[in-house]
Design a protein around this ligand. Structure first.
Ligand code: NAD
Length: 492
């Protein structure tokens, strides 16, 4: 068994010992403690915010080249340490090694994109006007950023905030989720080591820490990824001091399978299965409801089950040949199981997919064999709510208009996908209410960090990734030198 990892908070460039430490279990072997993360208090959090606040005036004046150089050194350390980060992430999270590696890959790709593009995106621009006036468009750092991240992709959903925030001249306090606190803290430590004290701070804890981070008057921006309900509390908490916010929230992403989708295309079918079950379905942008044209529904279901049975191999995150590991925590398992049980009670058919590789381990850990739910009602909770786990309802639709109606009938609008002949799919895609729509692929498979990512409706506010994801960490500051300094119609 590997050594237990002990994480501390980082405040003003120093490791900070909390009075209490909380164990993090291994979801595949719940008796095993992977390590300990601090339970920071409100007072610790204030210290971290103060450190970030005090570091801000100097950091905002630092040169962009210096910031990029520091970030590139942090990226190199993360690359050098990737094998140990991946192992730790798989142990504390429950996701298989290949999946943990994928998470580090996306994180690094984004951090590199941010370094490569930040200078250009945030460069001061000057517009000379025909009338002789001039306008300077500057991008100023915002201040202290409170970054709050979830457990499902703890590293990539933290680095998505860290890289642009620090590169733009902000300082930060990061609070990861207690359900996957260890590997991300290592990454935060590697970053903090490269930056002046107070620029990158790290605290851990529960909602009380979150409340301080989102209400403290010295915090200027909140960058939050997590549940929609939590975001409502955060908005209330931030209301008194009107903070800048980027919110990446829940989703209930529809996949629309058109009548011209080739059900015999095994590769496409496997991509669809992966877009339902990667990371045991615990991804905000997983395809969580599949709507299939009635004309091909029966054939589709038959071929889908074949593809799923081939790809899905549930087992130890460290096991060879495993595609799906454990669910991250017991509470999430119950949420998913309750939705499945409810659908079953209402008469749906729940089809088990794939193989369980080791039954003893399966019984010991937080494992769930993936399922497809057939015959659920359009308004059943399994369809309407975000399952965030390894189950997916597959439902027929009558025609394209019906499919669009079903897909758009949701409080969410994060991503979505359309499967079929490209031109037809693009036409349907343009009518879906979502931040991203992918054609013939979905979820992380179709993610491109060069372009903005985020939700509409209750799936979020603002964008991460892409150039917009860099601009999100700067305030536009217009310095205006008009030719005509006073207006002609104002009397002397
Ligand atoms: P969560 O909302 O329970 O927790 C997210 C973070 O918020 C954690 O660090 C948590 O400790 C903290 N928190 C809890 N209460 C708080 C409060 N009152 N104030 C401030 N912070 C508080 O979410 P989760 O269970 O960790 O993650 C799953 C959810 O995240 C799903 O809904 C998923 O769709 C969503 N998610 C969205 C995206 C996206 O990019 N849109 C990405 C991943 C996950």
């Amino acid at each position: 068994m590997a050594d237990e990892v002990v994480i501390d908070a980082i405040i003003n460039g120093e490791k900070y010992k909390a009075e209490e430490q909380k164990p993090r279990e291994n979801p595949a072997h719940p008796d095993e403690v992977v390590g300990y993360a601090p339970v920071n208090t409100k007072e610790d959090t204030i210290k971290a915010i103060d450190a970030a606040h005090n570091a801000f005036p100097d950091w905002r004046r630092s040169s962009i080249d210096d910031r990029i150089e520091r970030m590139r050194r942090a990226i190199q350390t993360i690359k050098d340490k990737t094998p140990e980060i991946v192992e730790l992430l798989a142990r504390e999270h429950g996701k298989p090694l290949y999946d943990a590696e994928g998470e580090i890959g996306v994180s690094l790709a984004w951090m590199e994109f941010a370094c490569d593009n930040v200078k250009d995106v945030l460069a001061k621009k000057v517009e000379e006007h025909d009338d002789g006036g001039r306008t300077i468009i500057a991008r100023d750092a915002i201040g202290v950023v409170s970054a709050i991240s979830p457990w499902n992709y703890p590293i990539s959903l933290s680095t998505i905030k860290i890289a642009p925030a620090l590169l733009a001249g902000n300082t930060m306090v990061l609070k990861p989720s207690p359900l996957a606190p260890l590997a991300v803290s290592k990454v935060a430590e590697f970053v903090a080591d490269e930056f002046p004290p107070g620029v990158m701070n790290l605290v851990h804890g529960e909602a009380d820490v979150g409340v301080e981070l989102t209400s403290n008057e010295n915090v200027a921006k909140i960058a939050f990824t997590g549940g929609t309900e939590t975001a409502k509390d955060i908005m209330k908490s931030a209301a008194d001091t009107i903070k800048n916010m980027t919110l990446e929230l829940g989703g209930n992403d529809a996949a629309i399978v058109l009548d011209d989708f080739d059900v015999d295309d095994k590769k496409a079918m496997r991509r669809l299965v992966i877009s339902n079950f990667l990371t045991a379905g615990q991804i905000c942008m997983i395809a969580k409801r599949v709507y299939v044209d009635r004309k091909i529904y029966d054939k589709f279901v038959e071929k889908y089950i074949e593809a799923a049975n081939e790809w899905i191999r549930v087992g130890d995150p460290f096991g060879d040949n495993v595609t799906i590991g454990a669910v991250n925590n017991k509470k999430q398992m119950k949420v998913v199981q309750d939705l499945i049980d409810d659908a079953k009670r209402k008469g749906a058919d729940v089809v088990k997919l794939g193989k369980v590789l080791d039954q003893d381990l399966y019984d010991e850990g937080y494992f769930m064999q993936p399922t497809a739910v057939l015959g659920a009602g359009y308004d059943d909770p399994i369809v309407v709510e975000e399952q965030f786990g390894p189950t997916v309802p597959i439902l027929p639709f009558d025609d394209d208009e019906h499919a669009l109606e079903l897909a758009n009938d949701s409080i969410y609008g994060l991503t979505s996908s359309v499967w079929g002949k490209e031109e037809h799919a693009v036409e349907i895609a343009s009518r879906i209410q979502a931040g991203t729509t992918m054609i013939n692929t979905a979820a992380v498979q179709g993610l491109d960090v060069r372009f903005p990512f985020g939700g509409v409706k209750q799936s979020g506010v603002g964008r991460e990734y892409g150039k917009e994801g860099l601009l999100a960490y700067a305030e536009t500051h217009i310095i205006n030198l008009p030719d005509q300094l006073s207006l002609p119609y104002i009397p002397d």
